[in-house]
Design a protein around this ligand. Structure first.
Ligand SMILES: Cc1cc2nc3c(=O)[nH]c(=O)nc-3n(C[C@H](O)[C@H](O)[C@H](O)COP(=O)(O)OP(=O)(O)OC[C@H]3O[C@@H](n4cnc5c(N)ncnc54)[C@H](O)[C@@H]3O)c2cc1C
Ligand SMILES: *[C@@H]1O[C@H](CO)[C@@H](O)[C@H](O)[C@H]1NC(C)=O
Ligand SMILES: *[C@@H]1O[C@H](CO)[C@@H](O)[C@H](O)[C@H]1NC(C)=O
Ligand SMILES: *[C@@H]1O[C@H](CO)[C@@H](O)[C@H](O)[C@H]1NC(C)=O
Ligand SMILES: *[C@@H]1O[C@H](CO)[C@@H](O)[C@H](O)[C@H]1NC(C)=O
Ligand SMILES: *[C@@H]1O[C@H](CO)[C@@H](O)[C@H](O)[C@H]1NC(C)=O
Ligand SMILES: *[C@@H]1O[C@H](CO)[C@@H](O)[C@H](O)[C@H]1NC(C)=O
Length: 584
């Protein structure tokens, strides 16, 4: 029998095996009389790490409840080059409230609704954040376990660094002493043979003060221009939370898909929230299950606060207004929602386009898992810039310390120009990593199927705009270097005559969007603090039997993309949960 087949379906039983785990399509299919020790609500990036780490104890039975289907049912997810084509059918399709400081625009807020969560549809960029980010989180929460020196070994142990599909020698592209080779999560450094490679590396010599060459942006000091690393396997496939972590588990994990958790409920009249309520659709019957040990909420930065508020855990006045009985009064629930903010620039160039024939590339990927579809992006570098103190608009440093950049450039693609045959257009995203504006997640009614109000409150603080402005000017300096002079004709967006602060501000407010790296809507804070939602042991304040483990507990945005900090927090939580029950 072909047991290694990726998906084995037992359609009649409503049961499927994916990534070696048992996937139940409906709660009616769950085996009777299973007493679950842990119920994980949300089978996403963090949830699957916690579930699979707990399952390392063969005595423990774990149920994961995921709103979306199995990721193995969606072909596009595995193919890195199809990252932009993952169907909307597995998205929550959120829209923010109109953003006051972006000219009233509402923004899409993409979140995956599928096993693996956002790790199943994200851009696969692998960044750990800076040394100071982790040290600051340790300082804020009082958990020394979160210090860089403690987390680096955990992040390395989680990692399986491998060769890129092009089998390029990665020396000079990464520092192997910062990488692990036996972990669950696959990581490769990207390589495509494009002339941008050479020009960027030349610029790191010419402008070494502002853009030094960075051998490895995951060494804790991500400042400079370096080769991007991705959560892609050596076999040219996306490595997500499901494909990385589930195969390492036994049959003591049951994954229930297509099922939405609506609330967590107390057992009896106290604050011991070890029960979950769930249903398949808004009008269907609701069921409840009780965990023997704990419920772990892992619905992500939007859903986890939504579920808590629906359960009566939140700000009393706000809950009362929509008829939800307050069980735990905590005004911090849903507040301090933080995200990075990005603006986009376009340059007219004579560089060759990075477009390729997608049908042929997909045929090649289908055949051998090689070629452009085995890559997440055509260009290979990221730039991380730390501003000097005098460029911070007189504000105190919003970054976590000297090892933390303020700005990132992500080099998009080089497309044919629509106005001139001889030109191409290079797109570059400029990102303010450490914003100071804070948003919120709130409810407008008590129906768990109503989308929450998502207010990013982007660019509410003036310093957030001025840092983006410095970023735009920094990108202009990079592309005015001798290295690029012969290949970059000029700037298209913002228009070249946008030089004053006022004009750039207007451009930024009209073009800026979220970088989709939201955190902190259920921030961790010290035990007994007067703010925050979870304690450093991830328990929801004022409750027992209920923890939250996902991006929402991370107190501030990292100096990078968020998936690895999320994985890191999930590993930390797994250790703490296992310690609680060591002898049982
Ligand atoms: C488009 C995009 C691109 C990104 N690119 C990158 C990148 O390149 N690199 C990087 O590091 N980060 C990237 N990120 C960010 C990163 O992927 C996320 O920060 C991270 O995956 C969040 O993990 P999480 O566990 O908090 O939440 P999620 O991974 O979103 O997991 C939450 C899970 O819970 C499920 N769920 C929610 N509500 C319920 C409910 N009521 N009942 C049952 N299940 C529920 C969801 O369906 C989901 O599966 C990107 C994000 C997006 C959206
Ligand atoms: C998102 O939109 C797609 C169609 O565009 C739809 O199929 C899907 O069900 C929507 N997701 C949710 C959670 O409603
Ligand atoms: C990149 O392509 C050029 C020609 O297009 C070739 O000369 C060079 O050897 C290639 N480099 C690598 C590392 O494959
Ligand atoms: C938001 O976070 C800050 C710490 O960064 C804290 O002082 C403040 O009280 C928090 N606000 C809420 C409403 O929780
Ligand atoms: C690649 O494989 C997928 C899934 O089997 C299929 O849907 C698609 O048509 C194939 N594409 C090409 C170009 O072979
Ligand atoms: C564009 O290319 C054509 C043909 O190669 C050439 O004649 C023309 O001068 C070029 N135009 C510009 C603006 O470079
Ligand atoms: C920039 O130039 C365009 C067209 O040349 C003009 O319409 C616009 O008003 C100018 N903007 C500024 C800010 O100077």
């Amino acid at each position: 029998m072909l047991l290694s087949t990726r998906v084995l379906s037992f359609a009649l039983l409503g049961v499927q095996i994916a990534h070696g785990a048992i996937i139940y399509q409906h709660s009616d299919n769950l085996p009777d009389n299973t007493d679950y020790d842990f119920i994980v609500a949300g089978g996403g990036t963090a949830g699957l790490v916690v579930a699979s780490r707990l399952a390392e104890n063969p005595q423990w039975k774990i149920l994961v409840i995921e709103a979306g289907p199995s990721d193995s049912d969606v072909f596009e997810i595995a193919v890195p080059g199809l990252v932009g084509s993952i169907p909307k059918a597995v998205n929550w399709n959120y829209t923010t409230v109109p953003q006051n400081h972006l000219g009233g625009r509402s923004l899409g807020y993409s979140r995956a609704m599928v096993l693996g969560g956002c790790s199943s549809h994200n851009g696969m960029i692998y960044t750990r954040g800076s040394r100071d980010d982790w040290n600051q989180w340790a300082d804020i929460t009082g958990d020394d376990g979160l210090r860089w020196s403690n987390m680096l070994p955990i992040m390395e142990k989680m990692e399986q660094f491998g060769r890129d599909v092009t089998f390029l020698d990665v020396s000079g592209h990464i520092d192997p002493s910062f990488h692990g080779s036996n972990g669950a999560l696959s990581v490769t450094a990207s390589y495509t043979n494009v002339s941008m490679n050479n020009y960027l590396l030349q610029a790191t010599e010419e402008l070494s003060d502002e853009f030094p060459f960075k051998l490895d942006m995951n060494d804790g000091q991500p400042i400079g221009i370096g080769w991007t690393q991705y959560t892609i396997t050596s076999n040219g496939e996306r490595s997500n939370a499901a494909s990385a972590f589930l195969p390492r588990t036994g049959d003591n994990i049951h994954v229930l898909v297509n099922t939405r958790v609506t609330r967590v409920l107390p057992v009896g009249h106290g604050s011991d929230f070890r029960k979950v309520e769930f249903t398949v659709d808004a009008n269907g019957p609701k069921k409840q299950l009780r965990a023997k040990k704990e419920v772990i909420l892992a619905g992500g930065v939007i859903s986890s606060p939504q579920i808590l508020m629906n359960s009566g855990i939140g700000e009393r006045a706000a809950l009362e207004m929509i008829g939800i009985k307050t069980l735990v009064d905590n005004p911090s629930v849903g507040k301090n929602f933080s995200d990075q903010v990005a603006t986009s620039m376009r340059f007219s160039t004579t560089l060759p386009t990075t477009n390729y024939d997608a049908i042929r590339a997909l045929a090649q990927w289908n055949e051998s898992h090689t070629g452009p579809m085995a890559q997440a992006a055509a260009l290979n570098h990221l730039a991380w810039i730390r501003l000097p103190d005098n460029k911070l608009a007189g504000s105190s440093d919003p970054a976590s310390g000297q090892s933390s950049p303020h700005i990132e450039f992500q080099f998009g693609k080089i497309s044919p120009s629509i106005t001139s045959q001889n030109e191409t257009v290079l797109s570059v995203s400029v990102i303010n990593l450490h914003t100071t504006s804070r948003g919120s997640i709130s409810l407008s009614d008590s129906n768990p199927f109503t989308d929450p109000n998502i207010d990013l409150n982007l660019l509410a603080e003036e310093v957030d705009v001025s840092i983006l402005r410095e970023g735009v000017r920094s990108a202009q300096r990079l592309f005015s270097s001798t290295a690029f002079k012969a290949h970059i004709n000029g700037m298209i967006a913002p228009a070249v005559n946008f030089t004053s602060d006022e004009d750039l501000n207007a451009y930024i407010r009209s073009s800026a969007g979220s970088y989709l790296h939201g955190v902190a809507s259920l921030s961790m804070s010290p035990k007994n603090a007067h703010w925050g939602v979870v304690d450093p042991d991830f328990y929801v304040k004022g409750t027992s039997g209920l923890r939250v483990v996902d991006a929402s507990v991370i107190p501030s945005v990292p100096s990078g993309h968020t998936q690895i900090p999320v994985y890191g927090f999930a590993e930390r939580a797994s250790v703490l949960i296992a310690e609680t029950y060591r002898s049982t």
